[in-house]
Write a protein that binds this ligand. Structure first.
Ligand SMILES: Cc1ncc(COP(=O)(O)O)c(C=O)c1O
Length: 428
């Protein structure tokens, strides 16, 4: 079983907590950079390989800046994500805009930034043309439908997923935009999510290489890039293994040689848009135990709740938990670890064997670096936490402050709002 280690000691955590109130997410910059380099190394053979980091996973410009320094671009799916990428200095074709059900203003912004626009539907050709004009380069998201043997739980079966164009639509779409004067083309798919089986990524690449060949043979269009999407899973559970990126890179290289090179399409740029795999394992939600409750089950109540991390409540997802300073204690107590929402699924763990927990203990929830803080919400008036960055030199930087009641009420124009806020500020 792989050990789930922390990049900080309990003493270091206590030092951080003296400066920054719990709960907070903290990201390990060294881990993120090293991991980013592993992906780059696995595809070093590929002409112009580019990872467009999925901004939705960790939409913080400090994180995007680190990844830009590692040579990554940004995969954006909304106006806010486009603006964040721009803020972090990622512009032009370093951005791929992969949205769905897209409002006109988002296409307009993407076009202004010179981002590569990846259309999710054939009808969006006309919509884009009407609202923003067609750019020189266009990509389409392919949904292989039941052609793909298996789906997985988060994204569902491709034929039941709302994303992308069918095979027939894809060919029609390239024909249409070619006739309208588009000169450069991309091909995209995203069919798996949080997948740990390396073979799935090799199969996706094979499917896409075959498709690129068919597009070339039938339409005479040579796609400039093939984006294999994100979806590389991470070992949330201690018994799981990370995806062997070197193996995936090498197997995809063989497929590229056998298909793309052999059919005269070389060079085609390869792209990915991973989020989870890049930052996920290097984020930690740090919380304090507020209460213990013993009724029909034993509960441990934290000062963090589902508003800080939705995945366990929403998908029943496993997140490993370490009680700081008790790493070597036997896990001989069974707890439900909860937050304070008036929702019974506000539980970070159910029936989890853990060491004896005491009020005041610091609890660290692992693997919150992607789709963690980002999914936060304000139900029950819960405030979203701060985000901290643990720098390679051991210093800690606040990269997003915690929300305040004033943030929460900023959109209210109720007359008593300011007075009540002033009164409440004494308890914040
Ligand atoms: C289009 C697209 N690209 C990339 C991603 C990133 O996925 P992951 O973080 O699992 O790699 C997602 C996730 O929702 C997505 O919808």
């Amino acid at each position: 079983m792989a050990e789930k280690k922390l990049p900080f000691t309990k003493a270091k955590l206590e030092e951080i907590i003296r400066q920054h109130k719990t709960p907070f997410h903290i990201y390990d910059e060294k881990g993120i950079r090293e991991n980013a380099r592993k992906l780059t190394a696995a595809f070093a053979w590929a002409p112009g390989f580019k990872e467009y980091f999925a901004v939705k996973a960790t939409p913080n410009p400090y994180i995007l800046q680190i990844l830009r320094e590692e040579g990554f671009g940004a995969d954006c799916s909304s106006l806010a994500e486009l603006v964040l990428a721009e803020m972090a200095g990622i512009t032009g074709e370093e951005i791929i805009f992969s949205s769905n059900d897209t409002p006109a203003e988002e296409y307009i912004k993407a076009k202004q930034l010179g981002a590569i626009i990846n259309l999710d539907d054939i009808t969006h050709i006309e919509f884009l043309e009407k609202h923003a004009g067609l750019p020189e380069i266009i990509s389409f998201r392919y949904n292989p439908g039941p052609l793909l043997k298996q789906g997985n739980t988060i994204i569902g079966k491709p034929e039941e997923a709302k994303y992308g164009l069918t095979r027939q639509q894809l060919f029609d779409a390239y024909r249409i935009v070619q006739a309208k004067g588009v000169k450069r083309f991309g091909l995209h798919t995203m069919v798996i999510s949080n997948e740990l089986n390396p073979q799935c990524f090799v199969e996706t690449a094979n499917m896409m290489f075959d498709l690129a060949i068919e597009i070339y043979q039938k339409l005479g269009i040579k796609v400039e890039f093939i984006d294999l999407g994100g979806g590389i899973g991470i070992p949330y559970r201690p018994e799981q293994q990370p995806v062997d990126l070197a193996y995936v890179g090498e197997e995809i290289r063989k497929a590229y040689e056998a298909k793309i090179v052999a059919n005269g399409l070389h060079p085609v740029k390869l792209a990915m848009e991973c989020g989870r795999m890049i930052t996920g394992p290097y984020g930690y939600l740090v919380a304090r135990v507020l209460h213990k409750k013993e009724i029909y089950k034993n509960y441990v109540g934290l000062d963090a709740c589902m508003a800080n991390l939705m995945r366990p409540g929403m998908y029943g997802a496993y997140h490993h938990i370490t009680v700081a300073g008790k790493e070597d204690w036997p896990a001989d107590h069974i707890y439900d670890v909860t937050g304070s929402l008036c929702e019974n699924n506000d539980k970070f763990a159910i029936d989890r064997p853990l060491p004896r927990i005491d009020i005041g203990d610091i609890v660290v929830i692992h693997d919150t670096g992607a789709h963690g803080h980002a999914m936060g919400f304000n139900y029950n008036g819960k405030l979203r936490s701060a985000e901290l960055l643990l720098r390679p030199d051991g210093s800690v930087k606040l990269i997003r402050r915690a929300e305040t009641l004033a943030d929460l009420f900023a959109t209210l124009n109720f007359p008593q709002c300011e007075l009540s806020l002033a009164a409440a500020s004494t308890t914040e």
